[in-house]
Design a protein around this ligand. Structure first.
Ligand code: COA
Length: 232
């Protein structure tokens, strides 16, 4: 596929995934994600040919205009879309499949200081919510959805929805029929258990208080409370 056809696909992807996009011209003129990806296409091609400095220079300028920082070495698939874009950082050894969507503030970051594969791999159709961080050489399976503000530090199997810090799976979805299988959240389960236990304890205390009040009542009426004679 030619480069122009791929760029046309990028524009169509932006229009399909952002309901606010009114026309292709609007995407071409005002979408920083589109501009950053355009710059990255050029920088990546030069980077692969071993051209020094210039690819970094191109992405540095792109960062200045878009607020999006993509290393020229990052590998990005077709129909990639970054919505809003400000604050997105994509590291050198990140790999991104086809039809991936990122929102503003997403980091695909590294954890190692060694020159090894140290950034995430996102398979096809992954969506990463605003401000989410995916850290380390982890693999995010196809169709995974990562919630806004999550911090993901482990591999995620395909079709999962991940939320929280650290990210944990809350559901699996099947896009072919729209079915969603929700998973129990262990933290909520624990809180609910504690809540139930607290209710039981409250009921027991109320019962004991009632019993004590009855004993006191009998004592004042001149009757002996059970066990008191033996104690004396
Ligand atoms: C993660 C996400 C994809 C889940 O969407 P969904 O499948 O419709 O799931 P739900 O909204 O039903 O939420 C499922 C559970 O996860 C929780 N949850 C959803 N998003 C969450 C998030 N970002 N952080 C923490 N918990 C979250 C919900 O409270 C719900 O918990 P519950 O089952 O205990 O009630 C979505 O919430 C999200 O964060 N999308 C990113 C959108 C975004 O960044 N937009 C930016 C536009 S500028």
């Amino acid at each position: 596929m030619g480069i122009l056809a791929e760029i046309r696909e990028d524009i169509r992807a932006a229009m399909a995934r952002d309901p606010a996009a009114r026309s292709a011209l609007e995407v071409v003129l005002f979408y920083p994600g589109f501009h950053a990806r355009l710059a990255h296409r050029l920088a990546h091609a030069l980077h692969r040919r071993g051209v020094p400095l210039i690819p970094r220079g191109i992405m540095h300028l792109a960062r200045f205009f878009t607020g999006i920082e993509i290393h020229p070495g990052a590998r990005i698939g077709r129909r990639f879309f970054i919505d809003h874009g400000m604050g997105v950082v994509i590291g050198e050894t990140a790999e991104i499949g086809d039809d991936v969507t990122l929102y503003q503030g997403v980091t695909l970051g590294g954890t190692s200081t060694r020159r090894v594969k140290r950034h995430p791999t996102l398979r096809d159709r992954v969506t990463v919510g605003a401000g989410a961080k995916v850290i380390g050489a982890v693999e995010i399976g196809e169709n995974v959805r990562i919630g806004a503000g999550s911090v993901v530090v482990t591999n995620v199997p395909p079709n999962a929805t991940v939320v929280g810090v650290p990210g944990h799976i809350v559901a699996f979805h099947d896009d072919s029929n729209g079915a969603i299988q929700r998973l129990p959240d262990p933290e909520w389960e624990r809180l609910n258990d504690l809540d139930r236990r607290l209710d039981e304890l409250r009921a027991q205390i109320a019962h004991l208080e009632e019993h004590l009040a009855q004993l006191h009542g009998r004592h004042h009426d001149g009757q002996e409370a059970p066990g008191t004679a033996a104690e004396r």
